[in-house]
Design a protein around this ligand. Structure first.
Ligand SMILES: Cc1cc2nc3c(=O)[nH]c(=O)nc-3n(C[C@H](O)[C@H](O)[C@H](O)COP(=O)(O)O)c2cc1C
Length: 178
């Protein structure tokens, strides 16, 4: 799939998945796309746990009470950063940004391979859900599950919600120029 087609087709999928599994070969390809993402000072801070063990999946899938993709995922990718990231440049850490750009690479790879996913982030940060998932995955306390992606073959066709027009958000040379 052409890169611009993947950008347009990518959408946050919260619907049902078919029973089709996501083979390790594809999961590896998806995470390989994350490993190739840029990162602040090339520190490559994000770590990944790919969850395809049915026993682990059955412990994570009931945790979300409304999101069908979370409930029916055939695999998850947990994206992990340091709980207290080290500054790497002028007192700044880029761990969250590193994680975000790695996730975007994965979302495009997921779309290109014919799967769907949704960026689960805010949900993880309430009711200690990130820690509960970390415990299931033997992730130490110094690490935090910052984003999790439920992955599968979408059973329903969905598209991105409408985005604002170019001239509402972008300008050449001068902010707000018409
Ligand atoms: C930083 C960030 C946090 C997000 N957190 C969640 C989340 O916790 N749960 C969820 O269902 N979607 C989450 N999303 C997905 C957004 O809701 C989604 O990107 C937005 O509605 C636009 O839809 P689209 O991705 O289909 O273009 C998150 C997206 C981003 C970038």
């Amino acid at each position: 799939m052409d890169i611009f087609e993947a950008i347009e087709k990518r959408h946050s999928y919260r619907g049902p998945f078919t029973d089709q599994p996501v083979p390790r070969q594809d999961l590896t390809k998806i995470v390989q796309a994350a490993l190739l993402a840029p990162s602040g000072k090339n520190c490559q801070t994000t770590r990944f746990v790919i969850i395809d063990d049915p026993e682990l999946i059955t412990r994570i899938s009931p945790m979300h009470d409304t999101n069908l993709a979370m409930q029916q995922a055939k695999a998850y990718i947990a994206c992990i950063i340091d709980t207290n990231p080290e500054p790497v440049y002028e007192g700044m850490s880029f761990a969250v940004e590193d994680c975000a750009i790695a996730v975007q690479n994965m979302l495009l790879a997921i779309t290109g391979l014919g799967y769907a996913a949704v960026w689960i982030d805010g949900w993880l940060r309430v009711e200690s859900r990130a820690r509960k998932i970390a415990d299931i995955l033997s992730i130490p306390k110094e690490k935090t599950v910052r984003i999790i992606l439920p992955i599968g073959v979408p059973a329903e066709q969905k598209t991105q919600p409408p985005k604002k027009q170019f001239n509402e958000r972008a300008w050449f040379n001068k902010y707000g120029d018409r």
